[in-house]
Design a binder for this molecule. Structure first.
Ligand code: AMP
Ligand code: MG
Length: 330
């Protein structure tokens, strides 16, 4: 079986192609970069995706050495994400499915991040930490759903880093820039540490950090934001770990912010105390990509899920991950 996954929730237009064992045959992406000092403007990003879609598709097919007729299943990111961007991927996916008579599966983007890491390491049931531009959540798969054990109550950690960078006049995406600045910082500045049970908040950190930019070295602000935000996340994961009512086979970290080595190391120190390993994908696979969507498409096909009618494959901009049925976990 050959599965194609199409990703277009936000900054990245990606096409991933995998075989029936989940081996990656192609992973091609084009990324929209907003002008310095700006965030992602949905219509500009969608225009970028429209211009790049055919090139990305052509390059992915050529990387895999196949034609569209060789694809057995098509999957696309149905949401959550930016409406205009989502529609570019959805339109291409529907066109290919209709034109070539292929089954089409709409996929939840966040489920793609989680399933890619469990697939890659053949994990049975890890505790997941999903940290990206769209999500900051702690989850476990149980009885047909990803159950949210804790999450941000306001902005995501990706958003915290991206907006801080933007306010400091730095490039998008902010995460990698903040990470390299933080390596040159060392003075721990006072920032709000807000954790409520296994959930948490970051907007207080953002407001205070923007104020501190006026009086302190950006390296120290970046260092402090990472230290405080990541300590909050790790504490929430630890609390969740103690609350999960069954054994987990590791901690799986996914999403763009998973590429951050400080967060990964902090999580590892905590996990070791519980005799657990932290599973992180090769860095390239943490950020949005078509492979994560293809992996969910493959799991749907193998579970025998009936593809929906094309008329009910509309995009969904706001879509909680715990509303999605996971048939292969029932
Ligand atoms: P995604 O939406 O999964 O592609 O993740 C994008 C988010 O990951 C953006 O907010 C980026 O700033 C963030 N990100 C990417 N690389 C890093 C990094 N090395 N450290 C922290 N955040 C990162
Ligand atoms: Mg993502």
């Amino acid at each position: 079986m050959i599965v194609m996954g199409i990703e277009s929730t936000a900054h990245t237009f990606g096409v991933g192609i995998i075989d029936g064992e989940g081996n990656i045959l192609a992973d091609v992406r084009a990324r929209y970069t907003p002008p310095r000092g700006m965030g992602i403007e949905p219509f500009n990003a969608a225009e970028h995706h429209s211009k790049e879609a055919a090139n990305v598709l052509r390059d992915a097919l050529s990387e895999a050495g196949i034609g569209v007729e060789d694809i057995d299943v098509i999957a696309f990111s149905r949401g959550p994400g930016l409406g205009p961007c989502l529609r570019v991927g959805a339109s291409l996916a529907r066109y290919l499915a209709l034109r070539h008579g292929k089954p089409l599966y709409p996929v939840h983007h966040g489920v793609g991040h989680l399933e890619l890491v469990t697939h890659y390491y053949s994990l049975r049931n890890p505790l997941h930490l999903l940290v990206s531009g769209g999500h900051t959540s702690i989850l476990v798969l149980n009885e047909c759903r990803y159950r949210v054990f804790g999450e941000t109550l306001d902005i995501t950690v990706g958003n915290l880093l991206d907006v801080l960078a933007r306010e400091a006049g730095l490039d998008f995406p902010g995460g990698p820039v903040i990470e390299s600045l933080a390596e040159k910082g060392g003075e721990l500045l006072d920032l709000p540490y807000t954790i409520i049970g296994t959930s948490f908040q970051f907007s207080g950190i953002l407001t205070k950090a923007i104020q501190l930019l006026k009086s302190h070295r950006i390296e120290d602000v970046a260092y402090s934001v990472q230290e405080v935000a990541f300590s909050i996340i790790v504490e929430a994961v630890e609390r969740a770990l103690r609350a999960v009512p069954f054994d987990v086979d590791g901690i799986a970290i996914s999403g763009g912010v998973a590429s951050n080595d400080t967060l990964y190391k902090k999580l590892g120190v905590m996990a070791e105390r519980y005799g657990l390993k932290v599973y992180r994908l090769p860095k390239r696979l943490n950020g949005d990509n078509g492979v994560q969507i293809a992996v969910v498409g493959l799991r749907m096909a193998l579970a025998g899920v009936e593809p929906p009618e094309l008329s009910s494959t509309g995009v969904v901009q706001r879509w909680r991950i715990d509303e999605v049925d996971i048939p292969w976990a029932c």
